[in-house]
Design a protein around this ligand. Sequence first.
Ligand code: AMP
Length: 584
Amino acid sequence: MLYSEVASFYSKIEGTTKRLEMTKLLVEMFKHASKEEAAPLAYLTLGKLYPDFLGIELGLGEKLVSRALSRATGASLPEIEAMYKRMGDLGLVASELMKKRGIQMLAPPPEPTLLDVYTVLDRIARSAGGGSQDEKMAWLAGILGPLTPDGAKYLIRTIMGKLRLGVADMTILDALADAYAGGDRSLIERAYNLTSDIGEVAGTLASGGLEALSKVKPQPGKPIRPMLAERLPDPEEVLQKLGGKAALEYKYDGERCQAHLNDGRLTLFSRRLESITSQFPDVVQALTRSLKARSAIVEGEIVGVDPNTGELLPFQQLMHRRRKHGIEEALEEIPTTIFLFDVMYLDDQDLTSVPYLSRRQALEGIVAEGSGVGLATRIIVDNLEDFMKFFDSAISDGCEGVMAKDISGSSVYQAGARGWLWIKYKRDYKSELADTLDLVVVGAFNGRGKRAGTYGALLLAAYDKDKDEFCTVCKLGSGFSDEELSQLPKRLSEAETHEKPARVNSVMKPDVWFEPKFVLEVRGAEITLSPIHTSAFGRIRPEAGLAVRFPRFTGRWRTDKTPEDATTTQELLEMYNSQLKKIS
Ligand code: AMP
């Protein structure tokens, strides 16, 4: 197939906004292509050379493209620049120049085929780091020279990342189904969901038909399109929808990550299927140590962990680490843990069609839990009470809610689909409590890493005025300046005691105890239930107290308040109840 033929299809496709018509043109185009041409044609039509997950860009700038155009057409650089200014599209400039030049050419060289063009672009892309700019310019000029005006136009647009025919992956899948499979999309979609590689799908289908396509398996190195969850607002409905019995997993609030292991090499992909390997060297290291398999594709959520309190951090802070810090600093400041919840491929075996419980068992078989790697906490429930108990502990452990998962024999991994096999249930909470709280320091935990020598976190309590007790409500580690932090042991020392003060009610055992004396102003995200804090214990639910989620020191020491003037557990109870009213 000549590239000019491809270009004339592109021209027609560009001319229509109707999806059906567009698909028809694509079908015709693929029917025109040979077996070998199907894959490059699929990529090129989407304006790429490879699947996105490889992250390879052509990377040719306007200057270099202009120089190649000048070499190929004889037009001067100022002339090209002036035309570009006027037309705003180097593709159109190329087409105009080719038209002019066409008249002057007596014996044009043979026209490049689709594969000729693809080969040159591939060479340019792969030489990104190596080959000199001059070399790339010469390769480009060489292939541009013998093209038709339309051919030059689309090639230039492709190179500059501006092809934009309005064709989406799904439209190509439709067209492939019509061109090669009598309209049957199911196997095509399956192969695409398992590989995220439209070229591989097109190539396999064109050369081996549906028979070959049905054998496509997940492959380490190619991200599987993620399975997605439906949502329900009511836990009872969730249970009902899943047949009365389901697996519940913590729904971690972090970054979804698919980890591919292949003979000791690990690659991480984001939910959007981009490689994030270099952003999480700590996760790579932890998984390399933990996974006992030759090859595997596993999935989990990467969560930031407060190195001082050991508590899970909200998603935003992990993102913050991405943007703000160099990786080295970030590793120290915000360590991560990946909580694994699925395995889709293991030692040459496709597990996507295996039911959830067997996948989970396989996952447990290859994961050695340890620093930086854990399995998603989970239970099997068949009643509302256990559901809510698990949900509460998920929230108090810093998760967003729970993910309920189907445990029937048909609970396959539905790559690329949102369905009812996974149902998320999370409580939406306001990002911040309207009021600040005044809480009493009753203990402290020694700091580690950057906080060695001072405290990593303080144990804070609210005042129970009925029992005249100070009941713990959170560990506070954030909101302090470096200077404040270094002063903490000295400042608090006058209240330090050897053992737990009688009026303190705590199940946690801090490294240092304090007599209730100092009151700090704290801002929090919400009040949650927690089995490890003692405020209003048993008042909302048996075996659970109230806790402040994501507490942050406002910088204000409430020296004007005695510990008995602090926020009371009764007030916390009211705040908790009014939160519920707002949500329902
Ligand atoms: P959402 O982003 O609210 O639609 O929720 C779905 C996301 O929850 C998934 O894409 C995962 O990133 C995340 N997640 C956290 N924990 C789990 C879990 N145990 N199972 C599945 N997904 C989880």
